[in-house]
Design a protein around this ligand. Structure first.
Ligand code: AMP
Length: 380
């Protein structure tokens, strides 16, 4: 199967070739023709499956036949739960738009940054990617209109509900025209999501893609028994001894994340923290520096475990275990993505060990546990 078989136009095919997307992923094979045919789609898929391109490509192609929209009238609206995801999805639209014969302006808007700048940039935007709160703020300020939206995407709908965006979602839905195409993506299909899909979708084509949980076999997992006071030295030992270049470290608290970063820096390892107490600018920068290799370590709280897309991330370290086994899977799912192999290391104190057995049982996978007490960590 090739992208050309899916009915995509030549400029998009050329861009995909340049991006080195050799062939469509399963979700793209299923979703692209359905979206091009104007159907509603329910996609059960996680980040990493290629879902962003599965809706961005056909949306951009549909624009090739559309007359230009009235100024400040959005025609394609993509609602996402977090700022990070808004930036990520926005970048995909921009990347894929470069060669289009009929140019399409897209913009990602999210809270935590100046609304005035975003209002200025909304000029001539046809595709808007937005978090719910900022979208409503912009609507309230009459900065743009949703009355012409003919395609609506709800991305990571389950997370949207988990974050308590139900009221905002209802307001957004009420502002949209009744006749429109709807695409809804969610990692899970629980009872609440089913209610949302019933309200939003009409005769949807259902596409279900294996969750990373099923791809966990691709990830090489290992755990080290270590006392609390030796976790820092062990981290630095692994990074220095193995000359690691890109490591995503998870901690459970903001305070610990900052602490780990400080200790790494003191020891000459470049690192930044990513958590909810950082400003939006700092979060975007940290992610960018990490992706481009300007820093070696990104230390994150669970804020980063869902949705983040860092291609070919080789290693994830759980400095502390998350409470929920699901979060553990999400954290290690940042590596071994979309078919690539990856490695995940967990640091376990004696207190954390029993919980790690629970996690292993839940993911139905045994992980080798190595005792690090004889590692010579002096000087690290
Ligand atoms: P997503 O699930 O949208 O976050 O995509 C996961 C990753 O897969 C991103 O880094 C995409 O750039 C990449 N990707 C998406 N589709 C393809 C494809 N057909 N071939 C290769 N890489 C892809």
């Amino acid at each position: 199967m090739t992208f050309a078989n899916l009915g995509l136009c030549a400029p998009l095919l050329a861009t995909l070739e340049q991006l080195d997307f050799p062939a469509p992923y399963p979700i793209q094979i299923a979703a692209i023709p359905a979206i091009l045919a104007g159907k509603d789609v329910l996609g059960i898929a996680q980040t990493g499956s290629g879902k962003t391109a599965s809706f961005a490509l056909p949306i951009l192609q549909q624009f090739q036949q559309k007359p230009p929209a009235k100024n400040r009238h959005i025609t394609a609206l993509i609602v996402v739960p977090t700022r990070e995801l808004a930036v990520q999805v926005g970048n995909v639209f921009k990347q894929l738009s470069v060669r289009l014969e009929r140019p399409v302006k897209s913009l990602a808007v999210f809270g935590g940054v100046s609304i005035n700048t975003q209002m200025i940039h909304l000029q001539n935007v046809e595709i808007l990617i937005a978090t719910p709160g900022r979208l409503l703020d912009l609507l309230d300020k009459n900065a743009m209109h949703l009355s012409e939206v003919d395609i609506f995407v709800l991305d990571e709908a389950d997370k949207m509900l988990n974050l308590g965006f139900q009221v905002e979602m209802n307001r957004i839905l009420a502002a949209l025209p009744v006749k429109r195409q709807n695409l809804l993506f969610s990692a899970t299909l629980g009872k609440e999501i089913r209610t949302v899909t019933e309200i939003t979708l009409h005769n949807p084509i259902k596409i279900e893609i294996q969750a990373p949980t099923d791809n966990i076999d691709l990830i090489k997992q290992i755990a080290y028994m270590v006392t609390e006071d030796r976790k820092g030295p062990l981290l630095r030992y692994l990074i220095k001894e193995q000359n690691l270049k890109q490591v995503l470290v998870f901690t459970s608290s903001i305070h610990r994340a900052d602490n780990v970063v400080n200790k790494l820096k003191i020891n000459g390892i470049t690192a930044l923290a990513l958590h909810s107490q950082k400003s939006q600018g700092a979060r975007t920068d940290a992610l960018r520096y990490f992706k481009t290799g300007e820093i070696t370590v990104l230390v994150a709280t669970d804020l980063a475990s869902r949705g983040l897309d860092i291609p070919f991330l080789p290693l994830v370290i759980n400095y502390e275990l998350p409470r929920s086994p699901k979060d553990y899977v999400h954290r290690i799912g940042r590596t071994g993505r979309a078919g690539a192999s990856g490695e995940a290391i967990a640091f376990l104190t004696e207190e954390e060990e029993p919980h790690f057995y629970v996690i292993q049982k839940k993911m139905q996978k045994r992980v080798e546990i190595i005792d690090s007490q004889f590692f010579e960590l002096k000087g690290y």
